[in-house]
Design a binder for this molecule. Structure first.
Ligand SMILES: C[S@@+](CC[C@H](N)C(=O)[O-])C[C@H]1O[C@@H](n2cnc3c(N)ncnc32)[C@H](O)[C@@H]1O
Length: 226
């Protein structure tokens, strides 16, 4: 048995997916013309990503249940002991990853979230799921909060915050990535500040390819080959 598909985790995820669908429906409808929405988002991020994400303080912007299950499976397969997440929001992806740590015998997950209210809700959701002992959520800009105190090799890095910061956050954590570490970039877009060019260049010590989840959304799977 795995604890992802049994209670309390399954019940908490079920509730959160319902809350997320309600909270994000109007935003997702406004994003229906994806190309325009994306261009506007990237422009707004380039101008002031902190201000942009403040406007999404009530939105989950979460991974799908399939993608969450994929995150869990990656962490289990990698036998991850230390995981870092850029962009925790209300904790849906965090719960999947922490659950993999629990079922793999323990470990530590460092999450990061700009919005204090979201981080507090994520913390409460992790408590409800019985996973809080495995997770530390750092509140503030990940470029600052993930600078120090990583305290060991990182086996899995999940990038799901401001798109334009994927490359700077990867570079920040690069010295800590274990050989064979998995790096997953959610919506890693060609326009996102050179991230894809960097991880797809084997000279930089990575092997990388796009994932077919929600095709065209730019989900990128990368492993460290150094
Ligand atoms: C797409 S959502 C994350 C969804 C979450 N991973 C999940 O699946 O439930 C992106 C989150 O990243 C946060 N964020 C954006 N830029 C950030 C930064 N520089 N540092 C920390 N968090 C950031 C936003 O506030 C937002 O909550």
């Amino acid at each position: 048995m795995d604890s992802l598909t049994t209670d309390p985790v399954a019940a908490v995820l079920g509730r959160l997916y319902q809350e997320a669908a309600r909270a994000d429906r109007p935003l997702m409808e406004s994003f229906r013309n994806r190309q325009v929405a994306l261009e506007e988002l990237l422009k707004a991020e380039a101008k002031d990503y902190r201000a942009l994400y403040r406007t999404y303080a009530d939105n989950f912007l979460n991974v799908s249940a399939d993608f969450g299950r994929f995150l869990y499976m990656c962490a289990r397969a990698r036998k991850a002991k230390r995981i870092v997440e850029f962009g925790t929001s209300f904790g849906i992806s965090t719960i999947h990853l922490a659950c993999a740590l629990r079922d793999g015998g323990g470990g530590h997950l460092i999450g990061s979230e700009l919005e204090p209210t979201k981080a507090r809700r994520a913390q409460a959701n992790l408590n409800d799921a019985g996973l809080a002992d495995l997770v530390e959520i750092r509140i503030g800009d990940a470029l600052e909060t993930l600078k120090d105190s990583i305290d060991g090799d990182v086996d899995l890095l999940f990038l799901d915050g401001a798109f334009s910061l994927y490359l700077p956050v990867l570079k920040l954590l690069e010295p800590h990535l274990s050989n064979g570490a998995v790096v997953i970039g959610d919506n890693a877009l060609q326009q996102s500040g050179g991230y894809l060019d960097y991880v797809r260049n084997p000279g930089n010590g990575y092997l990388s390819l796009p994932l077919p989840f929600a095709a065209g959304r730019g989900n990128e799977f990368t492993i460290v080959t150094r």
